[in-house]
Design a protein. Structure first.
Ligand SMILES: *[C@@H]1O[C@H](CO)[C@@H](O)[C@H](O)[C@H]1NC(C)=O
Ligand SMILES: *[C@@H]1O[C@H](CO)[C@@H](O)[C@H](O)[C@H]1NC(C)=O
Ligand SMILES: *[C@@H]1O[C@H](CO)[C@@H](O)[C@H](O)[C@H]1NC(C)=O
Length: 606
């Protein structure tokens, strides 16, 4: 959210090789289709529940699997990921899709397991951060790096995105669901607006992607209910952040905003033939520089009660595709923080900056259990809203038109209220079809083998049941833990992180076991930085104190015109915008020499 950037997003899901895919009349693959209720992935109706994760905010690719496993453990079936344009294409003509810019480690399938077999959690990839070499291109009219011809159909800009777009989209196209990869959806741009040349620009990003072989649906994410960019891509979605960052930042985490009730009608008006789709729904909160509360307050503000009330309201408005921004925020390293996001990007998300699960992760899992269990919920019409029968109560009644299964979503009429009250509500004739309760067999989604529920451990990352009834579990405990295993399969033995554990069968489908916790060894002892005995080492690396410094690598800051529409306010006649000299990021070293009647400047070492 709120980044002045160019985005491209891709959602990824599982691969079903037996499904033969073809193109439908609209030129898109039949592997990802939709109607007005929900998406079909490989022919199966799917409630897309995704979590947002940014690779460069955890710039250690071997740790990405940890996040993927935590996404799966929360019961989500998709991941949304951004690409960063500035990092991928830092200099004109140079595109780097290696290291932390390479999303492919996220796509790899793990060895089969009861939790993950055939299910690669999905990803969405966005581009972000207009590189300096683009922001300072000489244009006509001159570029305004903050509000100008960037992100339009202007010829300079159209040329500027070709290298980047071609490389990134080519890699994405190779990993679409039709190619055996897990990518199901592609977002074009980010929170952008209607405007002269802007719709044309978004359309040409899409057509270029199609030329490069993209057959999955593309979509835009409007920044709100603004009807922007309708018709420029295949699908439309909008982002919703009901709670404002300034509240958590100013340590007012108990003051709620009223709930929004317009979402359902809005979707029916602007996009009546597609699922109600939230490419970003509030998963935590940004925190601005200067706020007093910090992210702990954001997590308290956008807490499990927020998840319950607002996510259920989103479902009540017919949503069947949603991406929580952020699932894991992480850290904004190096020179990438900005005024609305300092170095920590913890975001008050379900998984905190240190990758620890919070209780918000548990709430997501509860909600996922419901969604996996009740597939009738993926196809519902609004029957009615009752906010009068009981004055404090707001009830949304949804019904599956085929099975007749009814769903009632209850909340306070005034969602900001703190009162507790009891009520009884007449549900009329129960119409829940017997097929409606799919049980937890559906939890692990398509491709699961024998499902087991494991209760007790801090985290279960993976599970595998072999034909001999040996269940191998991988996970974490943070204290010695009793566990319960519920399942319909027959169980002979259980391993926890490859070590056998004793199990006791206490009823036909329930086993118990004990997992001892051993504290990590050696334990980490932080140094006392204030102690007089602490030895500090440093190296003064300033280039101009080095013996071989002769100044020849410094770039003279001698230009007197700029492509920026902002004139230099002082320091003339020379232009001191570092970008004008090719330094777009990093630490800058200015060297000035005062001469009689003025001074000269030099610049170097970005
Ligand atoms: C779709 O779901 C059904 C029911 O869960 C399952 O039998 C079928 O194999 C799924 N289709 C594919 C292509 O996986
Ligand atoms: C950009 O779009 C505008 C608005 O439709 C149009 O007038 C203009 O000719 C387009 N420019 C280019 C370079 O295609
Ligand atoms: C709910 O409680 C909080 C904290 O006590 C308070 O700030 C807020 O105003 C209350 N909300 C309402 C609607 O009374």
């Amino acid at each position: 959210m709120h980044l002045p950037v160019l985005w491209l997003a891709v959602l990824l899901v599982a691969l079903f090789p037996q499904f033969s895919t073809s193109l439908s009349n609209n030129g898109l693959t039949t592997a990802v289709e939709w109607d007005e209720y929900s998406f079909f992935i490989l022919g199966n109706r799917t409630f897309i529940q995704s979590g947002e994760f940014h690779m460069w905010r955890l710039p250690v690719p071997c740790l990405w699997r940890d996040i993927v496993q935590k996404v799966k453990a929360a019961g989500l079936n998709a991941i949304s990921v951004y690409f960063h344009w500035g990092m991928t294409n830092p200099r004109q003509g140079e595109v780097d899709l290696t290291g932390i810019n390479d999303f492919r480690p996220l796509l790899r399938k793990k060895r089969g397991s009861g939790l993950s077999r055939g299910l690669v959690p999905s990803s969405e990839i966005c581009t972000g951060g207009i590189p300096g070499h683009v922001a300072w291109l000489p244009g006509n009219p001159p570029w305004n790096p903050y509000n100008g011809e960037l992100r339009s159909n202007d010829t300079f800009y159209q040329n500027a995105w070709q290298d980047y777009w071609t490389s990134v989209i080519t890699l994405i196209a190779k990993n679409q669901i039709t190619q055996g990869g897990p990518i199901i959806l592609l977002q074009i741009e980010n929170e952008y607006y209607n405007g002269a040349g802007q719709n044309e620009y978004v359309s040409s990003l899409r057509s270029r992607a199609v030329d490069l072989g993209v057959v999955i649906p593309t979509f835009v994410n409007d920044a709100g209910e603004f009807s922007n960019l309708l018709g420029t891509t295949d699908l439309y979605g909008f982002d919703a952040y009901p709670f404002s960052a300034s509240n958590c930042g100013n340590a007012n985490p108990s003051v709620w905003r009223p709930i929004v009730t317009t979402w359902g009608d809005y979707f029916d008006t602007v996009a009546p033939t597609q699922p109600h789709f939230f490419p970003e729904f509030q998963g935590g909160s940004a925190d601005n520089w200067g706020n007093v509360g910090g992210y702990a307050t954001c997590r308290e503000f956008v807490n499990t009660q927020f998840q319950r009330v607002f996510y259920h309201q989103m479902w009540a408005s017919g949503a069947t595709a949603e991406n929580y921004y952020m699932f894991y925020g992480g850290t904004t390293w190096a020179q990438l923080p900005y005024s609305q996001g300092y170095t920590s990007y913890d975001y008050g998300a379900p998984v905190d900056e240190q990758r620890m699960l919070t209780e918000k992760h548990g709430e997501l899992k509860l909600q996922s259990l419901f969604l996996r269990s009740f597939k009738d919920f993926y196809t519902t019409d609004l029957v009615d809203i009752d906010d009068t029968s009981i004055s404090d109560l707001y009830v949304t009644h949804l019904q599956n038109p085929l099975s007749g299964a009814s769903f009632y979503i209850f909340r306070h009429n005034d969602a900001t209220a703190n009162t507790t009250f009891q009520f009884s509500y007449p549900l009329g004739q129960p119409t829940i079809a017997s097929s409606s309760w799919g049980g937890y067999a559906n939890y692990v989604d398509v491709g699961a083998s024998t499902p087991f529920l494991i209760s007790g451990p801090y985290l279960v990352r993976n599970a595998f049941l072999n034909g001999d009834g040996n269940l191998a579990l991988w996970g974490d405990v943070d204290t010695s833990t009793d566990i319960q295993i519920f399942g319909s399969g027959s169980l002979v033995s259980v391993q926890w992180n490859s070590s056998p554990i004793n199990i006791e069968q206490i009823s036909p489908a329930v086993w118990t076991a004990f997992i001892p916790f051993t504290a990590p060894s050696p334990s980490i002892v932080l140094p006392d930085l204030e102690s007089a005995s602490t030895v500090w080492r440093f190296r003064d690396s300033l280039p101009d104190i080095q013996s071989d410094f002769d100044g020849s690598a410094m770039v003279p800051a001698d230009q007197t015109t700029t492509t920026s529409v902002f004139p230099p306010y002082y320091g003339g006649p020379w232009i001191l915008y570092a970008d004008m000299y090719g330094f777009h990021a990093g630490n800058l070293l200015w060297r000035g020499t005062f001469i009689q009647g003025g001074y000269i400047e030099q610049l170097g070492w970005a």
